[in-house]
Design a protein. Structure first.
Length: 446
């Protein structure tokens, strides 16, 4: 049965003994402001008739962003919509006059995955070119390999797709933000869905990295807190030649469902599950954003994936995401998946607004201005496009950007305060549809 969660506002309440999804009338504007540097380092413009003037200690007056997104590797299917989101944002920023009166420089960069050194090489190249902002990585594991190098150089890093809860309180000098919610939320939504389906016991298997373990731990904690039983909780090496032993261990526990958290190796894992009688046609399978794809399972026997449920962060239900995805298709007509394209777009627009508001394109100045131009409790005037936000700045005001994904208020850690999760179900091996929209909901702090 298709269920629609209330979209006027909801709160996920996480406790030691229960998980509740409850409706409320609030918005994402509550809570404390970011712990980024104080606003004195990123002053609002004093004149309403001119561009913000860079402060005397500003080193950069032209914004240079560098992408660190997966063109290759185990998460490469997420790359195209993210690259398209950045490119579309830069196109629209430049059409509105650029940042500080100059066009944005957009340096392309591949992140690869954690099996290569591509990300580190890309970061080195970006730093040599003087980028002030790096957009990415998509993989939380990749981010952990480069975040210290990025932030120690005074460069702001903003990811459209990092969801590992362990990144929330990572020491980053106030220079790390993300427009995707921590998996403390996605895990809670998956657990609630399993409980709603009437399941009382199930298994979880996840890739052994910050993303896989983070989402698995969140899901297991919430499912068990609500009284459910986890029959088997396993992690695996994504480079392993076979998953036979892991699947056999899960099968022996007779689970009612199996949560599978992984990247492109999930196809190989699910094939082994089918072989051992716990595939999608035998038990309920739950996928997540890392393996939710319209192309990964296309070669499976017909309708193998029918009924599989997945979850992915999405936009505020009040926003027309279909219209935005049409714009992404104009930017890249080859797109087949759209996950995190909107988050990449919003990340790019946000840093441009912050640089304009700060009057400086330095990474530290942009970071200081981010919560000021994003958080509703900062007292700014709401705006939904770069052009509209810049007009507010040029009139001497303070903007409050509400993006394609909805309000983008940040908590003290640089994480979104609230977000929306789309629960989808596969109709065929290559098509899924939304069956439940959960949000906007408060994102639990791990």
């Amino acid at each position: 049965m298709i269920r629609r969660s209330p979209i006027a506002g909801a709160v996920v309440v996480l406790g030691a003994a229960s998980l509740v999804l409850a409706a409320c009338g609030g918005s994402s504007s509550g809570g404390s402001s970011s712990s980024a540097p104080a606003s004195s380092s990123a002053p609002a413009p004093e004149s309403s008739s001119a561009e913000p003037a860079p402060s005397s200690d500003c080193k950069n007056s032209q914004l240079i962003v560098g992408t660190l997104l997966p063109a290759t590797g185990s998460l490469a299917y997420l790359g195209p919509p993210e690259f398209a989101g950045v490119d579309l944002a830069v196109k629209e920023i430049d059409a509105a006059g650029g940042v500080l009166g100059q066009p944005v420089v957009n340096e392309y960069g591949d992140s690869g995955d954690t099996t290569t050194d591509i990300a580190s090489q890309t970061v080195d190249s970006h730093l040599a070119k003087g980028v002030q902002v790096i957009i990415g990585a998509a993989s939380s594991g990749v981010t952990f390999t480069v975040i210290d190098k990025i932030t120690s150089n005074g460069v702001l890093q903003i990811s459209p797709a990092n969801t590992a809860p362990s990144l929330t309180d990572y020491p980053d000098n106030g220079l790390y933000f993300r427009t995707a919610p921590s998996d403390a939320l996605q895990g809670a939504v998956q657990a609630a869905n399993a409980l709603d389906q009437g399941f009382t016991s199930g298994a979880s298997i996840a890739r052994q990295d910050p993303y896989g373990e983070g989402l698995q731990n969140a899901f297991v904690a919430d499912f068990e807190a609500a009284g459910g039983t986890i029959t088997s909780k396993l992690t695996y090496d994504p480079e392993a030649p076979s998953f036979e032993a892991e699947v056999a261990e899960i099968a022996a526990t007779n689970p009612e469902f199996v949560q599978v958290v992984g990247f492109d190796e999930s196809t190989k894992l699910i094939q082994e599950m089918i072989k051992q009688g716990i595939g999608p046609q035998d038990v309920q399978i739950y996928l997540a954003d890392g393996n939710l794809s319209t192309t990964a399972f296309k070669d499976f026997p017909k309708d193998t994936m029918t009924g599989v449920i997945g979850t992915v962060p999405t936009g505020d239900p009040s926003v027309d995401l279909e219209a935005f995805n049409a714009r992404l298709l104009e930017q890249d007509p080859a797109l087949t998946d759209f996950a995190y394209g909107a988050q990449a777009y919003d990340a790019t627009i946000l840093v441009a607004i912050a640089a304009e508001y700060a009057g400086c394109a330095d990474g530290t100045a942009i970071a200081a201005a981010m919560p000021q131009v994003a958080n509703a409790d900062g007292g700014g005037e709401a705006c939904g496009t770069y052009a509209d936000c810049v007009a507010i700045i040029q009139a001497g005001g303070q903007p409050n950007y509400d993006g394609v994904t909805g309000p983008l208020d940040f908590n003290e850690y640089g994480d979104p305060k609230a977000a929306t999760i789309d629960v989808v179900q596969y109709l065929t091996n290559t098509k899924f549809e939304s069956i439940e929209v959960v949000g906007p909901v408060e994102v639990p702090v791990p």
